[in-house]
Design a protein around this ligand. Structure first.
Ligand code: C2E
Ligand code: CA
Ligand code: CA
Length: 580
């Protein structure tokens, strides 16, 4: 034995007590056992009777008398003196591991380390003990637990911070994350918007939306030089473009548009993605304002049917002007700056001018003519459309009354803002105006856009029927640009379909437009409605329309919108041969 007196050492409890030869003194005295088997051996003598002497709990082997513990201790020493590493070796190992743990930031790595720690903390000492080597692991364990606790708290905080920073469906960083990241003043900010995203996503099983986003982001990253992409709601994506690349932004976005031309394949389904891009390259503003500008540019690109647009800061002035313009609109109506132009309509069967469309004009004393769509939209948005409509309707009905007074039939079309459908004042306004000028209701056509007509609920449809009951005509304007269903067309009390000029423009060259116009004419006729083609600019188109059986035509070829006096001259000098 190598143990030194007075020195403590750990007992190897792996030694089985049953493997040690045991002779009972009682049996020897009764001569039931012989002492011969003990000859030449080291013997430990002790008491084993319950009730006499202490008993100790031996791990894995139950309570045992002190003589057995002594035997185990002796066996341990016989195996060679146990090596004890003390507490500091494991402590040092724990210290180094904890220090390493503090330095790594990747979540998976941290979680992996935290999972392997208990295995090492328990498994390694057990392995060592089986080799007769012992270490005091308590201090190391305390240190490790401390480090793990610290880390768990850090991870918790991190996920807490990340909440609100990632898109819930895809797990991609969202626009909050972009706001938090901020940008270098000279960097460009690009916004991409997939206009049909909502439709595409709702058509997919819910689990597939993430797959769709992953594919979109993969394409964007492929084309944007690997810049980090942030995902907003409803198909909006953004990224920062380093200042050095701004000059090539056009090439990059043209490339990206090409990449998006092929449909995405999600769960075996092919999905067309209609994408447009907006660029903000106007430095020195807050990220929030630049994000709005990039999105605005994106929207403008989409409206104009372009792939991408750069935000133009001078437009901001235009927006401000639009607001101040509204303040001037009322006065402009009263002082005659807002007036009505008339665009003649040709009856294709008789070759005669059969009426006109009233189109509002605003000639601003300083700014000149203002685009009607611009101020009409602004007026609609700010509930100023009623006075404007009243003004146009009054003038249009007044002119129509004059033109019908000499026995000629002349129809006057007036555009009706969708906002006014269902408005309590509309019907009385129409009745009063007709009465004021003595125009038969049949000579008035109210034009409503197809989109407005579409959004009409049953109540609005009733309103249209109500107006129709006055005897006037109803026309569905911009037909073909909205989503009219056959059911809608059947229910709508329209007397006329007005084919949008975008289909008329390409009639001669585009086969699909010819098909669209032809079938619209047939459909309208089968519903007992007349068809007007708008935007006719050349005689070839006019002839084609006549062959197709279109009833009426309107456009620059026949006549531009003109003031009343010019219309009178035009009508006086008009001869059917000119148009044909
Ligand atoms: P809209 O009802 O589709 O009116 C026809 C537009 O096409 C007019 O533009 C007209 O000038 C233009 N146009 C006519 N012939 C041709 C052609 O051959 N080629 C081309 N390229 N264009 C042609 P405008 O006057 O700028 O009016 C734009 C829109 O503003 C109108 O579109 C209508 O929706 C709205 N609008 C005009 N006046 C009024 C009004 O008094 N009240 C309301 N609520 N909306 C109006
Ligand atoms: Ca119209
Ligand atoms: Ca139209």
């Amino acid at each position: 034995m190598t143990g030194k007196p007075g020195e403590a050492f750990p007992i190897d409890y792996a030694v089985r007590l049953k493997s040690l030869p045991y002779v009972s003194a009682g049996e020897v005295l009764d001569r039931r056992a012989s002492l011969d088997q003990l000859r030449g051996r080291d013997v430990i003598i002790g008491t084993n009777a319950t009730g006499i002497g202490n008993r100790y709990a031996v791990p894995g082997q139950g309570p045992s008398a002190s003589v057995f513990v002594t035997a185990l201790a002796a066996e341990t020493l016989l195996d060679g003196a146990p090596v004890t590493y003390g507490w500091w070796v494991p402590f040092l190992v724990a210290f180094l591991t904890s220090a390493l743990l503090m330095r790594v930031s990747r979540t998976q790595l941290v979680l992996g380390m935290i999972a392997t720690l208990p295995v090492c903390a328990v498994g390694l000492p057990l392995l060592l003990e089986s080799l007769g080597r012992y270490a005091d692991i308590m201090p190391a364990l305390v240190l490790m637990l401390g480090a793990m606790g610290h880390h768990a708290w850090k991870l918790h905080r991190q996920t807490f911070d990340e909440r609100g920073m990632v898109n819930e469906v895809s797990g991609q960083p969202n626009l909050n994350a972009l706001r938090a990241a901020g940008l270098d003043s000279q960097d460009g900010l690009i916004a991409a918007r997939i206009h049909n995203y909502a439709e595409a996503a709702t058509a997919l099983p819910s689990a597939a939306e993430k797959e769709l986003v992953d594919q979109i982001i993969m394409r964007l990253t492929l084309g944007n030089g690997g810049c980090k992409v942030y995902q907003g709601d409803e198909g909006i994506f953004m990224w920062l473009m380093p200042a050095a690349g701004i000059n090539n932004v056009g090439d990059q976005l043209a490339g990206l548009s090409a990449i998006f031309r092929s449909p995405a394949n999600v769960s075996g389904r092919l999905i067309d993605l209609n994408i447009a891009f907006g660029v903000d390259a106007d430095p020195g503003r807050t990220i929030q304002s630049r994000m709005s500008s990039a999105l605005l540019a994106c929207q403008e690109a989409q409206n104009a049917g372009e792939h991408w647009r750069v935000y133009d800061p001078t437009k901001l002035e235009a927006t401000e002007w639009r607001v101040s313009m509204l303040g001037e609109l009322d006065a402009a109506i009263d002082n005659g700056e807002v007036w009505v132009a008339f665009q003649p309509k040709l009856d294709l069967l008789s070759g005669e001018i059969c009426g006109a469309e009233a189109l509002v004009r605003w000639t601003h004393p300083e700014k000149g003519p203002i685009n009607p769509e611009e101020f009409i939209t602004a007026a609609e948005r700010h509930d100023r459309i009623e006075k404007l409509t009243d003004h146009v309707l009054n003038r249009a009905v007044q002119v129509a009354a004059k033109l019908n007074s000499n026995g000629q039939r002349f129809d006057m079309a007036v555009n009706l803002s969708p906002r006014l459908i269902g408005h309590a004042n509309l019907k009385p306004m129409v009745i009063q105006t007709l009465r004021r000028h003595g125009l038969p209701a049949e000579r008035l056509i109210l034009e409503i856009t197809e989109t407005a007509a579409m959004s009409s609920a049953d109540a609005a449809m009733q309103e249209l029927k109500d107006l129709r009951s006055l005897g006037l005509q109803l026309s569905i304007d911009d037909y073909g640009t909205g989503f009219s269903t056959l059911d809608y067309l059947k229910r709508c009390p329209a007397t006329e379909l007005k084919i949008d000029r975008s289909f008329v423009k390409m009639l001669v060259t585009s086969r699909s437009d010819r098909i669209m116009v032809n079938s619209t004419i047939e459909l309208a006729h089968s519903l007992g409605e007349e068809v007007v083609a708008e935007g006719v600019e050349d005689s070839e188109t006019l002839q084609l329309l006549a062959q197709m059986g279109c009833d009426k035509a309107q456009g620059y070829l026949i006549g531009r919108p003109m003031p009343y006096e010019a219309l009178i001259d035009y009508l006086a000098s008009y001869s059917p041969a000119k148009a044909a």
